[in-house]
Design a protein. Structure first.
Length: 467
């Protein structure tokens, strides 16, 4: 009997959703993603769920504009920011919709026409808002945000969920998959590069070895092939358990239990094939791949997810070797080099923190020098990133650049407070820096600099829709 596919554990684990009235109240009062995440359904497709979160956060940014305007902020700054937010919403939506269409077409999913009409309607609505804003007929308001957010969440929960969260089509994908690319959308990334690479290699090896098994009837050869698959899985599981022990992560006992279960399944299937009790078949391959994907998505993701563990682990890092596992690599060598340099500067705060705690002579001067080095390195790095994003016409440039500006302003003020004697650097200071840094690389840089050529091709400009 094959194990039941659970491609969307996050949704299944959530309690029964509240009433429509409660959900609407949450949408009207939400300030952050955490406020509204409980009413947004997850599809289980990582790239789509990521886009849904980013777009929701972009919509919520309208509230920050309202705070600026109602708080008496600079009118010109408020006007420019309103325009940027609306344009960014449009560009991000167009990019996300193109990504969804690619997945629908690739996997022959239902709902293409419904999705196309909904997407065009939303882009037309945003296009009209942008036009009205430019002509002075519209300003940012709670009503504008409510209209956009309510449409967006309703579309996710009622249209996207029905299109992308279906055990029927995910099972069909596993049955019909011929290689990694056919199945990659179903497998969640932990963010730990070495483990994600092993997950990919193990999946590829499973495809290859099952095909080899189907092509032979020689008992000795079958035993060798099954033995190789078992050995590869066992080595990977040893790596995972060693990783958990090295970084003192939770879930070691669960991992050991799951690893033993998976290896026992492989050994049982080997015995079935050798005794003739069960032939090598598509069902056997499905069972192995299904268990494998379940393990990655439900167990490994919880054990190794960078979202949960990276800042804590990096805070204890003493050098790049300790940190590199938790800093994701982009496709741009210069960006990766910058990330390494800046991470090392943050790690280097340990000496300043220790001096400050001990009241060592001259520690404020050394702290000022360290924060100046951090600011200069970040400013150079952000300029490099901005240049690449502009050259590739990256649709998320405005939102990404605002992240950079906000970071520099925040840490300029904190550094000034330390130098002026209004604060001292502590481990919390380092942890806050690392938390922002890791999240920014994962949430923003990986999208801008790992997929920038794809995104350039998918970008839909405002002028194209207006025409």
């Amino acid at each position: 009997m094959t194990a039941e596919l659970k491609i969307n554990p996050a949704v299944q684990a959530k309690p029964q959703r509240k009433s429509e009235t409660w959900n609407r109240w949450l949408m009207q009062t939400a300030k952050t993603w955490a406020d509204v995440s409980g009413v947004v359904k997850e599809t289980g497709i990582e790239t789509i769920d990521y886009d849904h979160r980013r777009m929701t956060e972009a919509i919520l940014e309208i509230d920050n504009l309202l705070d600026l305007v109602e708080g008496g902020g600079l009118k010109m700054e408020a006007i420019h920011r309103q325009e940027r937010v609306l344009e960014n919403l449009y560009a991000y939506s167009a990019r996300h919709f193109a990504r969804e269409f690619n997945i629908i077409k690739k996997y022959d999913l239902p709902g293409y026409e419904e999705q196309r009409l909904a997407h065009n309607g939303f882009l037309t609505m945003l296009s009209g808002m942008i036009k009205d804003f430019r002509e002075g007929r519209l300003t940012a308001s709670h009503n504008v945000r409510a209209v956009i957010l309510e449409w967006w969440i309703r579309h996710i929960n009622e249209v996207d969920y029905n299109t992308f969260c279906s055990e029927d089509w995910t099972s069909a994908i596993i049955h019909g998959a011929a290689d990694w690319q056919d199945i990659a959308q179903l497998i969640r990334s932990t963010g730990v590069e070495t483990l994600d690479d092993e997950h990919r290699e193990m999946t590829i090896t499973t495809f290859s070895l099952v095909e080899d098994l189907k092509g032979t009837r020689d008992a000795a050869e079958m035993d060798t092939i099954f033995g190789l698959l078992i050995d590869i899985a066992d080595l990977h599981f040893q790596d995972e358990e060693a990783f958990i022990e090295q970084y003192e992560l939770p879930g070691l006992n669960i991992q050991r239990e799951q690893h033993a279960l998976f290896l026992e399944t492989l050994r049982r299937r080997r015995q079935d094939v050798e005794t003739g009790a069960s032939p090598v078949s598509g069902e056997m391959r499905f069972e192995i791949l299904n268990l494998w994907i379940q393990h990655i998505n439900e167990v490994d993701y919880n054990s190794f997810s960078l979202d949960k563990h990276a800042p804590k682990i990096l805070a204890a890092a003493e050098n790049w070797d300790h940190a590199s596992e938790f800093i994701k690599k982009t496709d741009v060598t210069e960006i990766n080099d910058d990330h390494q340099k800046i991470t090392l500067i943050i790690i280097g705060l340990d000496a300043v923190i220790a001096d400050a705690a001990a009241g060592a002579e001259g520690w404020r001067d050394r702290a000022a020098a360290q924060f100046d080095a951090l600011h200069d390195a970040c400013a150079r790095h952000f300029r490099r990133e901005a240049k690449i994003m502009q050259e590739t016409n990256f649709s998320g440039f405005l939102q990404h650049n605002e992240q950079h500006e906000g970071f520099l302003k925040t840490w300029e003020k904190r550094a000034d407070d330390i130098v002026a004697g209004r604060a001292i650097p502590t481990n919390k200071t380092k942890h806050a820096l690392l938390e922002w840094w890791v999240e920014h690389i994962r949430e923003f840089d990986m999208k801008a600099f790992s997929e920038r050529f794809e995104l350039q091709a998918l970008n839909v400009s405002q002028k194209e829709v207006e025409s």
